[in-house]
Design a protein around this ligand. Sequence first.
Ligand SMILES: Nc1nc2c(ncn2[C@@H]2O[C@H](COP(=O)(O)OP(=O)(O)OP(=O)(O)O)[C@@H](O)[C@H]2O)c(=O)[nH]1
Ligand SMILES: [Mg+2]
Length: 409
Amino acid sequence: MKMKRYTAPDMRQALKRVREEQGADAVILSSRRVDGRVEITVAVDEDAAQSPPEPAVAAEGVVPAGFEALLAARGLAGDAARGAASAVAAPPPGAPLAAQASDAVNGELKTLRRMLETQLAALAWNDLTRRAPLATELLRELTEIGFAADVAAQVADRLPQGLDFTGARRLAIARLADRVQVTGDRWCEHGGVVALVGASGVGKSAAIARLAAGWVMRHGPQSLALVSADAQRFGAHEQTARLGRLLGAATFRIDELSELPALLGRLGDHRFVLVDTAGVGPREASVATLATGLQPVRARLEVALVLAASAQAGTLGETVGRFAPLRPDACVLTRLDETASLGGALSVLMRAAIPVAYVSEGPGIPDDLRPARALDLVCTAVQLAERHGAVADEDLLARRFGGSFHVAS
Ligand SMILES: Nc1nc2c(ncn2[C@@H]2O[C@H](COP(=O)(O)OP(=O)(O)OP(=O)(O)O)[C@@H](O)[C@H]2O)c(=O)[nH]1
Ligand SMILES: [Mg+2]
């Protein structure tokens, strides 16, 4: 491969010459203005250069949208730039030459823009650190705990004057606890009809066993009914039947959710009905099937979304989004014992406004399930960050808060 230079009075004519001599696939390496003329350097494939050139295409037809702006930015505005209003909206098929040039310059501009944004964010973050040391220290700590940027920014906003860091930290914990919704121990206290739903293996059946055991210890087994609606997992029905025998509670099995309305109609005497459902794989269709199946009884039952707290915040956010059609009334957070960071999970739940009903922190029955308390959850998140020595990267802080966080006057 070698390089060849073309000069012309303006970009349009220069491109035309390149196309006429090198064909539509010529790779433009650079362009610049020299002595009032445009100079384009192209890479020339020696083998290809010997083949006959492709028929020329009118230059106006090869100027893609935005190309004239790029030319203008580089001081190369010629006829193509002047004809901006009539420029073609997208590169037509068979115009790879101009498209390649445009892509290359676009890529360059994107990189420059990113670099500029990073530098501006770093400057803004440094400035904020000087002007509002308490708020930035809080933002740093909240980020280390795993809280999402929007949650951290809201919590660190409008700190009262004259607060020291201990006071600011206490206030932040109180603000966070205010935002974490919980249901209290209402199911084990008062019962209800509750279907536990969630991804496969997150601990739905284990949570049901614990809730059932907790109910029996307080109210006895007569008013409890266990329903297995999990016809998918091998042995799920038998597992529910075994649990019922162990606790002395009535058990039922259904192979289709369409059987649920009739069954619930027969269970009116039971104060606490727990419905175990099949785990949903990462496919939208399964959630839709579940939503359709529960719809006829939706007004009569609460849906509890079971979430493994050990999953990454992004995964949890995606799961909450997938199960949104079921409009969960509450969630059960499992696997707290396997969790290294809790701030992300709490941020997801705050955003989705899903209250936490119970948390489980081990595979034991029933001791490892307890009613969720907002302050406990926030303190656990803080302790986890301390235990695991979480450190927030300076670049991350600058990207998150540089430029977007304003100290309220
Ligand atoms: N470490 C730990 N293990 C748990 C916890 N909760 C449940 N498990 C375990 O996780 C495994 C799966 O629990 P299941 O209750 O069968 O999960 P599931 O959601 O019903 O699973 P599928 O019905 O297959 O979708 C079991 O071995 C449980 O003992 C918890 O809080 N911590
Ligand atoms: Mg199960």
